[in-house]
Design a protein. Structure first.
Lengths: 335, 283
């Protein structure tokens, strides 16, 4: 197994993943070399329409089912669109930014926005901390415990969000769950209080998302030359010092990617909140933006408000993506 | 010299044993929810509803599974889920393969712009688009059909699939392509008879993500399949057991097990490729 893991750990480096500065440097040298290559058969230089031909099917699907709906989302958000307009009873009317004004004037919206940001932030912190911590642990243990931890993480990773949610609710069930029994909490209900319900969802989210961070970071650590770590150990650096001063800076590109991906995923958490807190918790105390938009649209038939919330989410995630691209660029990545 | 961490001399013995012990405990904790799910699925009803749950069962029973499979149309839901996920996996693999080849092996105008757009498309919150997609499905008359589940999932799994597959396509040496052209292979022939088999392992790894997200979906199933319940999918069947005041936990756990196992098998089969694929996607 250790042999297998060794191959898997090296593979990203072979693909040219930005695992270390050493890896990137030759990639940059290679580019001009290719330009100097004899122009014998250069299908890549003058491709004509071929790439567009290959891209066409995907672009058609994306245009029809992603770009057009995003446009529609924006459109609906500036219209008056309720049940009457859906059934065709009343014509739609242009509202300008009235829906946004209503949304921004709604105290609940700000409350949900704040909850979403704090919740997503905690999820990201928890996921990255647990993932990196266990990745370091993986490098310091024998083969058998490593295999066990890998397998367990793989199981958590593969669990569909919906079954993960039902299982975690059952584990923390006040009447029949094993967790309250083990912790001696009696029939304490985890979903009753706002913060305990958020904590429960947080635990599930971290449980199912740390494996990705762990596996990718572990692969990154494996690609760090052994001498570097030996030198650190000889200089008397402990686990934490080695991580902070050697591994973290070397793994920066990998860490940026997993962090930003986690931000994007955790900001959009839907299934866990919807299933575990039964659609947003008691009186909507556990709503996050995504669930809030859905409830506004489909439970209260306020499609315009729901769409406006969706647009706000899109804008926030767009900002995150721009930061991502900037960080990628700064690391000298060629897209 | 081996770079295997086990060969590194920097960890002293007692600490290593502590680390080993901690790792085993953490592994047990991480695996516990899955263990409890399978265990509860096999527990007889009396033990499930006991307020002193024990982590074993002396009289495993298939009652919960029977209840799940006896549920009207459960087999049908299972097949629907399989059909939808299967279609999405195959279609997105083909489309993503072509698109990834285009962006990884050709240089053309707008290429970088296109890649940035694909990256940006990944962050679109699927759930927020439920509203416009609902109207779109209604307008093309796809509501209540499996097509209304296939199309959106195809669109949402494409950006990530293209992004990830790009790494695999890039890893195939360009010299191979030049050699193929010199040997007189046409572009189409190279694409399907040389490149496709080489990228296939990566394609399978990429498919895991489209499979999981589609298999997992209950939002579209809930929103788009309104009256034609025979076209519903597995998560809806699971929620039937879950959505009541007093959930039938045995049934929920059995249905969850039935839902989790196919993904687990798929995952374990491709996990090594997954890691290298993520390495590629990370770039």
């Amino acid at each position: 197994m250790s042999v297998r893991h060794r191959t898997s750990a090296r593979a990203p480096a072979r693909n040219g993943a930005p695992t270390s500065a050493r890896e990137r440097a030759p990639a940059r040298d290679r580019a001009p070399a290719r330009d100097r290559a004899p122009a014998r058969v250069r299908p890549l230089r003058h491709p004509g329409w071929t790439p567009w031909l290959y891209l066409a099917p995907a672009l058609v699907v994306l245009a029809g089912l992603l770009v057009y709906p995003v446009y529609q989302l924006g459109l609906i958000s500036v219209l008056e669109y309720t049940q009457a307009q859906v059934s065709g009873g009343e014509p739609t009317s242009f509202q300008g930014l009235a829906n946004y004004a209503e949304l921004l004037g709604d105290a609940q919206f700000w409350d949900v926005l704040l909850a979403t940001v704090v919740f997503a932030g905690c999820c990201v912190l928890g996921t990255v901390a647990v993932g990196c911590g266990l990745a370091v642990l993986l490098t310091r243990i024998r083969a058998l415990p490593r295999l066990l931890l890998m397998l367990a993480a793989l199981g958590a990773w593969a669990t569909p969000a919906i079954t993960g949610s039902t299982v975690w609710v059952f584990l923390f069930d006040p009447d029949f769950g094993p967790v309250n029994r083990m912790l001696g909490l009696g029939d304490h209900s985890w979903t009753y209080g706002r913060y305990s319900a958020f904590t429960l969802v947080l635990l599930e989210v971290v449980w199912c998302s740390f494996p990705l961070v762990m596996v990718v970071t572990y692969a990154g650590i494996r690609a760090v030359p052994g001498e570097v770590l030996e030198a650190a150990a000889l200089d008397g650096a402990g686990v934490w010092r080695t991580w902070r001063s050697v591994l973290a800076p070397m793994l920066r590109p990998v860490l940026i990617v997993v962090t930003i991906q986690s931000v994007i995923w955790d900001f959009k958490v839907f299934t866990q909140i919807y299933v575990m807190t039964d659609g947003g918790g008691i009186a909507g105390q556990n709503l996050v933006l995504n669930v809030y938009a859905y409830q506004k649209a489909f439970a209260s038939a306020e499609y315009s408000l729901g769409s406006a919330i969706g647009v706000v989410m899109l804008l926030i995630l767009l900002a995150v993506t721009l930061v991502y691209l900037k960080l990628l660029r700064r690391n000298g990545e060629e897209i | 010299m081996s770079t295997r961490p086990g060969a590194r001399p920097r960890v002293r013995r007692p600490w290593r044993s502590v680390a080993d012990g901690a790792a085993v405990l953490i592994a047990a904790a991480v695996a516990f929810p899955l263990y409890w799910m399978v265990l509860s699925a096999f527990k007889p009803a009396g033990e499930i509803r006991s307020d002193r749950p024990v982590p074993w069962t002396l009289s495993p029973s298939l009652d919960a599974f029977r209840r799940v499979f006896a549920q009207e149309d459960f087999g049908r839901y299972f097949l629907n889920s399989l059909l939808v996920a299967g279609t999405v996996v195959v279609a997105s693999a083909l489309l993503a393969f072509l698109a990834a080849t285009a962006v990884a092996r050709f240089r053309f105008r707008l290429r970088t712009t296109l890649l940035i757009l694909i990256l940006t498309a990944q962050m679109v919150p699927v759930e927020a688009l439920t509203i416009p997609l609902f109207f779109l499905m209604r307008d093309i008359g796809a509501l209540n059909t499996l097509l209304s589940l296939v199309l959106p999932h195809l669109a949402f799994s494409l950006p990530f699939a293209i992004w990830m597959l790009r790494g695999f396509v890039k890893a195939v040496p360009e010299a191979l392509e030049e050699q193929a052209f010199i040997d007189g292979a046409s572009r189409t022939r190279f694409l399907w008879q040389i490149l496709f088999p080489l990228v296939l392992p990566g394609l399978v790894a990429t498919s895991v993500f489209s499979f999981i997200s589609t298999w997992n979906d209950f939002l579209f199933a809930k929103s788009f399949i309104i009256s034609a319940t025979e076209n519903s999918t597995l998560p809806m069947a699971l929620l039937v057991f879950f959505d009541t005041e007093t959930p039938d936990w045995g049934g929920v756990m059995a249905a969850s097990t039935v839902m989790t196992v196919p993904v687990l098998v798929f995952f374990v089969c491709v996990h090594r490729r997954l890691v290298s694929g993520l390495g590629g996607a990370v770039k």
